[in-house]
Design a protein around this ligand. Structure first.
Ligand code: NAD
Length: 498
């Protein structure tokens, strides 16, 4: 059986790992590999390699760095299908969906290819007689990324292209549930001409994370995952003097007004709820039906939910694959049972689904719950599975109040034909990413991604301009080149311009 190794200083390290963990194929339920579990010593080896690499990489020219990004981008295009299949085999999502996440991640590489423009500083001429001021930004050093299972390519790609293009060296700690994409990407970077030690991968769980959070050689930590771990990472890493960006969990609401095109809204809400088996931080998990929209919306949603094609991620025509682990499958099916016990109407019950030839796979069908209230667990918990809860309210303002009272604030959407309603919604809602007739409003790479409230711990969203800011620190230079004939005496008072 394959053992998935770390990637340090341009290759997998030699020697036997002391601890490993199984990696499953969620469509068959079979163990298909072992992944090594790193600890303090492995993280330290990676930090040493990254520290040495930083000495030369941070001195390389902007042109050299962006040339590597251009080559890396091309390799991502050429190997998209192969990487998509690797992701599908460990995560369970369809190959097409995996290719979609690679494309969205590649857009961050494209942003990094244009770094020469975004990294320009500013210059102020003659701020005082004979004095000019300019600023520029420099890399931090060794930085690390800790990422979740649900986007094994895209979420790390939110981080490392910007970190590396700005001159840092990077250590990725991917999810132990689908670790292979990280090593594949490491090899692509090497083929793109990235020097050894600039991009490293340490596999593992809590031990590896703790070693990263406390290592004095790491300047900054980017984290994406569940809210409790985001809070832990933020607290630990900041108390060890590091910069931290920490993105957490979500409960995303799609509000449907009576004036919306219900067929259009239901189509998009179904895809947003059940795509990737609901294992997306921007998945629609609650549909908020306003007023008269409710009965008609539920009718269309029921029809569309029953039409979702569930199967192995690599089978043609599959729209929704299995969940990532048996535990996740059991957790989601249990939550549907609890919802029914608490009074929700189970309109479509996805529990107990068996796929022919894949009886041991971690499948559950899409579930649709009506008459859910904000007191129920199905509303309060992030289920992270293919369960759509319908909440009924009377007005748009009531919908806004419900969403604002929810502890999460990652994404939300409004389906309407009214510009006035859309404007009121986007101005009053306490959520970071908003879609108007767009169910999963993931910002383009040249904007930044991040929620509000418990969906973002600290103050730094990810990629785009915020990514540049996060991975660099500024310098401001005040310059005077005195002409010999114009010598002025040094003053003892605080300097002012004149
Ligand atoms: P997770 O929090 O369990 O794991 C994320 C990372 O933290 C992994 O690398 C994991 O190894 C590590 N980790 C897990 N437990 C730890 C512990 N006790 N101590 C230290 N490190 C630990 O998240 P997940 O299940 O892999 O991913 C799903 C979660 O991620 C969902 O909550 C989802 O909403 C969230 N997510 C958020 C965004 C966003 O942009 N806000 C994007 C993707 C996923």
């Amino acid at each position: 059986m394959t053992t998935i190794q770390h990637w340090i200083n341009g290759s997998p390290p030699q020697g036997d790992a002391t601890a490993t963990q199984p990696v499953f194929n969620p469509a068959t339920g079979a163990e298909q590999a072992q992944v090594v579990l790193g600890g303090t010593a492995d993280v330290d080896t990676a930090v040493q390699a990254a520290t040495t690499a930083f000495e030369t990489w941070s001195e390389s020219s902007l042109t050299q760095r962006t040339q590597v990004m251009f080559a890396f981008r091309q390799l991502l295009v050429e190997h998209e299908e192969e990487l998509g299949r690797i992701i599908s085999a460990e995560h369970g999502k369809t190959v097409d969906d995996a290719r979609g996440e690679i494309t969205r991640g590649r857009e961050v590489v494209e942003f990094a290819c244009g770094l020469g423009d975004v990294l320009k500083g500013s210059f102020s001429d003659q701020v005082s007689r004979g004095v000019d001021v300019h600023n520029f930004r420099q890399p931090l050093g060794v930085v690390a990324g800790i990422t979740p299972f649900n986007f094994p390519a895209m979420v790390p790609l939110w981080m490392h292209p910007i970190a590396i293009a700005t001159g840092n060296t990077f250590i990725l700690k991917p999810s132990e549930r689908d670790p292979s994409a990280a090593n594949f990407v490491a090899d692509l970077y090497k083929k793109a001409g990235l020097p050894d030690g600039v991009f490293n991968v340490i596999h593992g769980g809590k031990d590896a994370v703790d070693a990263i959070l406390t290592h004095p050689g790491i300047e900054a930590v980017s984290f994406v995952g569940s809210t409790p771990i985001a809070k832990y990472v933020h607290e630990q890493a900041t108390s060890h003097g590091k910069r931290v960006q920490a993105l957490g969990g979500a409960k995303n609401h799609a509000v449907v007004l009576p004036d919306a095109d219900l067929e259009f809204a239901a189509n998009h809400i179904t895809a947003g709820a059940y795509g990737s088996a609901g294992e997306r931080c921007m998945a629609v998990s609650v549909a908020v039906a306003v007023g008269d929209a409710a009965d008609a919306l539920v009718e269309v949603l029921e029809r569309k939910t029953r039409e979702v094609k569930v199967g192995p991620g690599d089978a043609p025509g599959t729209e929704m694959g299995p969940l990532v682990t048996k535990t996740a499958q059991e957790r989601v099916e249990h939550a549907v049972g609890v919802a029914a016990a608490q009074g929700a109407t189970v309109v479509v019950d996805g529990r107990g689904l068996k796929i022919d030839g894949h009886e041991d796979g971690f499948f559950t069908g899409p579930s649709l719950l009506d008459h859910v209230t904000t007191e129920m667990e199905a509303y309060q918990e992030e289920l992270f599975g293919p369960v759509l809860a319908i909440l009924r309210v009377d007005t748009l303002d009531e919908a806004i109040s419900v969403i604002n009272a929810n502890p999460y604030g990652n994404g939300t959407a409004l389906f309407t034909a009214s510009g006035e309603a859309a404007r009121r919604f986007q101005r009053n809602i306490k959520v970071g990413m908003i879609g108007i007739n767009v169910p999963v409003p993931v910002p383009m790479s040249y904007y930044s991604f991040g929620g509000w409230k418990d969906s973002l711990i600290g103050d730094s969203p990810i990629h785009g301009p915020e990514g540049i800011r996060f991975y660099t620190r500024p310098k401001v230079v005040t310059t005077r080149w005195p002409q010999p004939a114009q010598q002025v005496a040094a003053g003892f008072n605080f300097p002012t311009s004149s």
